[in-house]
Design a protein around this ligand. Structure first.
Ligand code: 13P
Ligand code: SF4
Length: 381
């Protein structure tokens, strides 16, 4: 990935945002009760005032009231790469914590990354704690002669990405997981797939690896809950982690939508359970789902198994098609949803006032090794 170093932009002489000049708005509590609609003007004014000094990124699962201010909309890798290619000093990531960390790993030295709400985490990323992963690795090393290669999904903490880089592994995304796993098997005889059990299983199964040659490593049990024989037999060790949004989709949802809408096609994100992916007509990352639905002919009917904000946006952007959620009970990423227009306004107006709040900064050593793992993936493209 080209990471050219650009000259930082010159600061404008004066920036005028009335609320900031009045001294209002540098404490988040001042924003809590301001209605979303009245924040539109303030967000737009702060964005205008910052101009090219700030780039706002919006993940596909982000709510519309926030995503409408995004300069780029996309998945987390694409967004981090796009931001790194701008001259912006400030990268405001409307997404979750691991995404902001990834942006900080990939950005240029003069850029600072901001996460509008520090509580916007990811349940899946949090399921692989670095201490647990190191314990797992030590156990595998003690068994000896296992030649395992870590393959880590983008949706992971910077610490796990760095662990992957240090131990000869690579990052993957939901669209290139098979290519990365293939690469890993040229280097070792088994893969330790982190932190999403479902993406690991769906990918390996489609590569022709039978379910019997996979084993789930449960970090809350001694030796992952596996016998030495089970570990030795497993070509893929799947970390017991999952996305709380995608694992809500069930095979019976597929049966129901097919009964109710004959001719409808089901497309699922590969973070969904294996049983759902097996029943689906197609799988796709967020970008893959968007492309497949957009490319389908007018009149097509789709049930989509992914986060509801993306499903609703797809329905709006494809008015000639029927696009519904696979699960009638709204599947929302509650942590992503934490980023509200109030948080965006707070961070932007603080930037206008010359203050950086909620900066996400990865340590130098973590950044170095996480980049090694990311660059291994990018070199396979
Ligand atoms: P992708 O955007 O890479 O498909 O990932 C989906 C997701 O769960 C992001 O948190
Ligand atoms: Fe994490 Fe799932 Fe939310 Fe993505 S949708 S940020 S994987 S909890």
């Amino acid at each position: 990935m080209p990471l050219t170093t650009l000259e930082p932009l010159k600061q404008p002489e004066t920036i005028r945002v009335p609320e900031v000049e009045k001294g209002v708005g540098c404490n988040f509590s001042d924003y809590l009760l301001v209605p979303d609609t009245s924040l539109d003007e303030r967000n737009a004014a702060a964005k205008r005032a910052l101009g090219e000094r700030a780039v706002i990124l919006g993940h596909h699962y982000q709510r519309d009231e926030v995503v409408k201010f995004a300069d780029f909309r996309g998945d987390s890798l694409k967004l981090s790469q796009q931001a790194a290619q701008t001259r912006a000093e400030f990268i405001v990531f409307c997404g979750v914590h691991f995404m902001a960390e990834s942006a900080d790993i990939l950005c240029q030295p003069h850029q600072q990354v901001i996460l509008p709400d520090l509580n916007a985490g990811c349940s899946m990323a949090d399921m692989a704690d670095i201490g647990q992963v190191e314990d797992c690795w030590d156990t595998l090393e003690q068994i000896g002669d296992l030649r395992a290669i870590p393959v880590t999904y983008m949706n992971s903490t910077a610490a796990i990405k760095a662990f992957t880089g240090r131990n000869g592994g690579s990052i993957c995304t939901s669209s290139n997981a098979a290519k990365v796993m293939q690469w890993a098997f040229t280097r070792g005889e088994r893969v330790l797939f982190l932190p999403d059990e479902h993406l690991g299983r769906n990918t390996a199964y489609r590569m022709g690896i039978p379910l019997e040659e996979m084993a789930v490593w449960d970090p809350h049990r001694a030796r992952g809950g596996l016998t030495e024989g089970e570990i030795r037999r497993a070509r893929v060790l799947l970390w017991k982690g999952y996305c709380s949004v995608h694992q809500r989709f069930l095979p019976e949802h597929v049966d129901r939508v097919r009964r109710e809408h004959p001719g409808l096609r089901v497309i699922a994100h590969p973070e969904c359970r294996w049983e759902v992916c097996e029943k689906a007509d197609a799988l796709g990352s967020t970008e893959g789902i968007i492309k497949q639905v957009a490319a389908s002919p007018a009149g097509s009917q789709w049930a989509v198994a992914t986060e509801i904000h993306l499903v609703n946006r797809l329905a709006k952007e494809n008015p000639d098609k029927l696009v519904i959620s696979l699960d009638p009970n709204v599947c929302v990423c509650t942590t992503m949803f934490r980023i509200a227009p109030q948080h965006l306004c707070w961070v932007l107006e603080n930037l206008v006032a010359g203050q950086v709040v909620n900066r996400i900064e990865v340590s130098d050593d973590t950044r170095r090794w996480a980049r090694v793992a990311l660059e291994r993936m990018l070199s396979l493209a």
